[in-house]
Design a protein. Structure first.
Length: 151
């Protein structure tokens, strides 16, 4: 009796998995009804990490399309902030940032980090917006229903 019950449960689970696999395919065509609110979180230093995150953001935009994005932000704080110093900005990072910002990406720079690193907002790439706290901004965006991505 126990073997029959386990077999029945296993068949039921396999059926659910099989049905779910066919119905779970997501599409982000132009007809996709939901506008996305997304933010990416970057607090790790280095051009390679910034390029990886910006590439993820561009891939995201390429997949869902700007027309399906209500809001897209990048929250930057901690060691990552110095990566965005205008005078030292890696050309590949600059190009990716400028393209994404032209499309609508908003970049938040943590004022606490700016103060601790003795950096002025004007020293960063033009277009970054100062927020009182990067960590608090992460919390606020989550509370506002934004999808959180930390590559």
């Amino acid at each position: 009796m126990r073997a029959v019950r386990l077999t029945t449960m296993l068949l039921a689970m396999l059926t659910v998995v099989a049905l779910g696999a066919t119905g779970a395919e997501a599409t982000h065509s132009k007809e996709y009804p939901k506008k996305h609110k997304i933010f990416y979180h970057l607090n790790e230093a280095g051009h390679a990490k910034a390029i990886a995150v910006l590439t993820n953001i561009q891939n995201h935009v390429d997949t869902v399309g700007w027309q399906n994005i209500e809001a897209l932000e990048l929250v930057v704080h901690g060691p990552a902030l110095k990566t965005f110093l205008a005078k030292d900005l890696d050309p590949e990072v600059r190009g990716k940032l400028e393209k994404l910002m032209a499309g609508g990406l908003k970049i938040d720079a943590c004022q606490i980090t700016l103060k601790r690193q003795k950096v002025e907002l004007r020293e960063l790439l033009e277009g970054l917006t100062a927020v009182p706290s990067g960590v608090a901004r992460v919390m606020e965006l989550q509370e506002l229903g934004y999808a959180y991505v930390k590559p």
